[in-house]
Design a protein around this ligand. Structure first.
Ligand SMILES: CC(C)(COP(=O)(O)OP(=O)(O)OC[C@H]1O[C@@H](n2cnc3c(N)ncnc32)[C@H](O)[C@@H]1OP(=O)(O)O)[C@@H](O)C(=O)NCCC(=O)NCCS
Length: 191
């Protein structure tokens, strides 16, 4: 689904679309520009490395000429070894040349809406509460949960898509998404 977002008048028209294979190089270059070289050392990266994003939950924001100016992806995780399924969001990044034009917010609203539509129940992330609170994220429901590596507890945030679903949730997050290179299960209907 493509969504044209209404952004401030000075902004170029931005379209949010599903990420495609052709966007990968531009997305990686954007992440390097926006987040710097240390981005691959984050503990969230442990839950992403070698995995594919959750089905239908990798998005780019496109500016003039289709250039990738924003990215967000969500990943399948479990809350503890055999715990409930949830999503880990990140990285979210916007090209520094078009910051504060509402693109990050548009990506977040779209990601949360699509995750909800697809039946997911909760989204977790590690990020600045001062930014993510506006989308409903808080550290309130992550007290019993942990990331698999160093992180700052007050930056470990969650949003319940189903109210109460994180009540009493405990355990260290585990990657549970499809491994990179693994093909989706394809069923061929009998003629
Ligand atoms: C964080 C980021 C995705 C926001 O994207 P954006 O398109 O600039 O954001 P929006 O236009 O939707 O929102 C801008 C507002 O968020 C605020 N904001 C941006 N980053 C913030 C942060 N880390 N903490 C608190 N507020 C923040 C801006 O000051 C601005 O406030 P205003 O609306 O009062 O002027 C972008 O700045 C970015 O890519 N940063 C580097 C990568 C990064 O740190 N990503 C993870 C975030 S924890």
């Amino acid at each position: 689904m493509d969504i044209a977002k209404t952004l401030p008048a000075a902004s170029p028209a931005i379209i949010i679309t599903a990420e495609t294979g052709a966007d990968i190089a531009a997305r990686e270059a954007l992440l390097d520009r926006a987040m710097g070289a240390g981005r691959k050392r984050k503990s969230s990266e442990k839950l992403r490395r070698g995995r594919r994003p959750s089905e239908g939950l990798a998005f780019v924001a496109r500016g003039e000429g289709g250039a990738v100016v924003g990215t967000v992806r969500l990943w399948d995780v479990r809350l503890g070894d055999h715990g409930a399924a949830a999503l880990l969001l990140g990285p979210l990044a916007v090209d520094p040349t078009v910051k504060s034009a509402g693109i990050g917010s548009a990506l977040m609203h779209h990601a949360v809406a699509e995750a909800t539509r697809l039946g997911h129940r909760a989204i977790l992330l590690v990020g600045d509460a001062a930014y993510y609170a506006r989308f409903g994220f808080s550290a309130e429901k992550t007290a019993g949960l942990a990331m698999p590596g160093p992180y700052e507890r007050d930056r470990f945030l969650a949003l319940e898509l189903v109210p109460g679903v994180l009540d009493g949730a405990q355990g260290t997050l585990k990657a549970s998404g499809r491994k990179a290179g693994e093909r989706a299960a394809v069923r061929v209907a009998a003629a």
